[in-house]
Design a protein around this ligand. Structure first.
Ligand SMILES: Nc1nc2c(ncn2[C@@H]2O[C@H](COP(=O)(O)OP(=O)(O)OP(=O)(O)O)[C@@H](O)[C@H]2O)c(=O)[nH]1
Length: 512
């Protein structure tokens, strides 16, 4: 798998992990917390509804036990105006407005005071035939909610005594306060709660009761609560649609966040690409190129990631050390250990490089072969060590005359040396060769290493600037062979002399 694909895959996995994590946190943490919160809020909203209804009943209850109630009730029952201020106790009822109505009825069964038969209207009043005076000590005041003729009422029922031929008959006064459904609904609309009421059906009787708010821990959108009417033994259902809701579905904001997250994909991919892929690709391309060319260099890549940069630094350090060791090995393999000059391999290496330049630039050059005369005799006379010292002394002289960067002096083998001069004037080479010969002649005077005077024969192959070498020679060795031939001629001619072969642009002569 390529790094590009890996980066793409990683960024996709990253997004998926983000979405999955969000989803899990939402389902396992946020929603349960929300549900608890909403359940608590809904509980309070239910409580507010219950309190509203309780308050309505309490108001009637307060009215029924207030001191002016009896007189007011009596006058109203006898046809007085319920809202008249002249009626004693009317102020008690004034708080309820003109909607308040008072009904009376006889106790159906005084043994069951909790269950009043509902008798309303004129008939009930006639049957009650109330005495002009009410019993001051009413046995009880009962309050509740009543669904009557399609309307909702809050009521209070209190006992009264009606005198007739049979004596005192227990009766009831029913104080009714209409609670229009629209009014109830609008009362809760301002709280964000929607409340509707309807008569209960038989299947509704199992619903939880409004006045008993236990077991309402689960948040729901709408809750139906049963209100039992103890007067009529009827029941009705109050439906509460809560303002506090748990949104289980994915919200628009979440979709937007999800889309933004998807848009993050190319962004994260780009960042992964820039931070990881591009530098690594660049580095690996460099490594592949090095492998192809078999030339190892330091990586020139800047990693953004610290650890990767450490790897690059370590690689570069390693390459640096290997290159240094390779250079040392190359130097060693191309250096003569006795004299410190380049050996034959070193000379070949140099020659191949310079030959190309020589051919291309035609700046001229020279190969000088030098051989110590009668070195065997010197060796035999003073020993091998003295012979080595002699070689070292001659090598120093060669170094001295080939000190320019472009020149190279090397030990060609045994007591034979070779110096290559590039970009040099012919006269200079002549002078250098002759001066070298003379210096070697007088060398014993300047160093104690030499036991006696020595001499050297020199053969030179000189190519003047401008000569087209390609036309004349196959390779550099041809020049070396010519110089060697000149050396041979110098030896033949009596040694301790310089023999020079020269190729000028004008000359057409072939080497001898
Ligand atoms: N001490 C020492 N002697 C060496 C070394 N390499 C070669 N020789 C000796 O150099 C001598 C070369 O002798 P020859 O080839 O006969 O040449 P020559 O005696 O110089 O005679 P001409 O070249 O004709 O002047 C041999 O005796 C080799 O043993 C070396 O590294 N150290």
């Amino acid at each position: 798998m390529t790094l590009k694909r890996l980066a793409l895959l990683l960024s996709m996995v990253l997004i998926l992990v983000l979405v999955a994590s969000y989803w899990l946190i939402r389902m396992l943490v946020i929603i349960p917390i929300l549900e608890r919160e909403v359940a608590s809020l809904q509980w309070h909203e239910t409580l507010a509804v219950r309190q509203y209804f309780s308050q309505q009943q309490m108001l009637l209850s307060d009215l029924a036990i207030s001191p002016g109630y009896d007189h007011w009730a009596k006058s109203v029952l006898e046809g007085g105006d319920a809202t008249s201020r002249l009626t004693r106790g009317a102020e008690v009822a004034m708080a309820f407005g003109p909607d308040l109505s008072l009904r009376s009825f006889l106790a159906h069964d005084s043994r069951e005071p909790d269950h009043f038969p509902i008798l309303v209207g004129e008939a009930a009043y006639q049957r009650a035939r109330l005495m002009p005076t009410m019993l001051p000590e009413r046995e009880m005041v009962k309050t509740g909610l009543l669904w009557l003729g399609g309307n909702l009422y809050s009521y209070s029922a209190s006992t009264v005594c009606s005198l007739n031929k049979l004596g005192c008959t227990l009766g009831y006064l029913l104080l009714l306060k209409p609670m229009p459904v629209s009014e109830v609904e609008s009362n809760f609309t301002r709280l964000g709660i929607r409340v509707t009421a309807r008569p209960a059906r038989s299947e509704d009787l199992a619903l939880p009761r409004l006045m008993n708010l236990t077991g309402l821990d689960e948040p729901v959108r709408q809750r139906d609560l049963l209100i039992r009417d103890s007067l009529s033994q009827g029941a009705w259902v109050l439906s509460i649609v809560y303002s506090a809701q748990v949104q289980h579905g994915v919200e628009r904001r979440e979709w937007i966040a999800f889309v933004l997250l998807l848009l993050l994909l190319p962004t994260t991919n780009f960042l992964l690409w820039r931070i990881f892929v591009t530098p690594i690709e660049f580095g690996s391309d460099q490594l592949l190129q090095m492998e192809r060319e078999r030339q190892y260099r330091k990586l020139t890549v800047n990693m953004y990631v610290k650890e990767f940069q450490h790897l690059v630094n370590a690689f570069n350090g390693l390459i640096g050390r290997v290159e240094k060791q390779r250079q040392q090995l190359q130097d060693l393999s191309q250096t003569d250990s006795l004299t410190g000059l380049a050996n034959r391999r070193g000379m070949d290496h140099f020659a191949v490089r310079e030959w190309r330049r020589l051919c291309r630039a035609r700046y001229g050059g020279a190969v000088m072969m030098l051989d110590i005369d009668d070195f065997k005799a010197y060796n035999d006379e003073f020993g091998h060590q003295a012979g080595d010292d002699c070689l070292v002394c001659v090598a120093r002289e060669l170094k001295r005359v080939a000190r320019r960067g472009e020149d190279i002096a090397c030990r060609y083998g045994g007591e034979e040396f070779c110096t290559i001069y590039v970009e040099v004037q012919p006269e200079t080479v002549e002078k250098l060769a002759e001066s070298l010969r003379r210096h070697i002649e007088k060398l014993h005077k300047s160093t104690a290493l030499l036991k006696r005077p020595i001499s050297a024969s020199i053969g030179v192959a000189l190519v003047e600037p401008g000569v087209d070498l390609v036309k004349q020679f196959h390779d550099f060795d041809q020049l070396v062979r010519i110089a060697d031939q000149q050396l041979y001629l110098a030896k033949q001619n009596g040694k301790n002399q310089v023999r020079m072969w020269r190729l000028s642009t004008a000359a057409t002569e072939k080497p001898a």
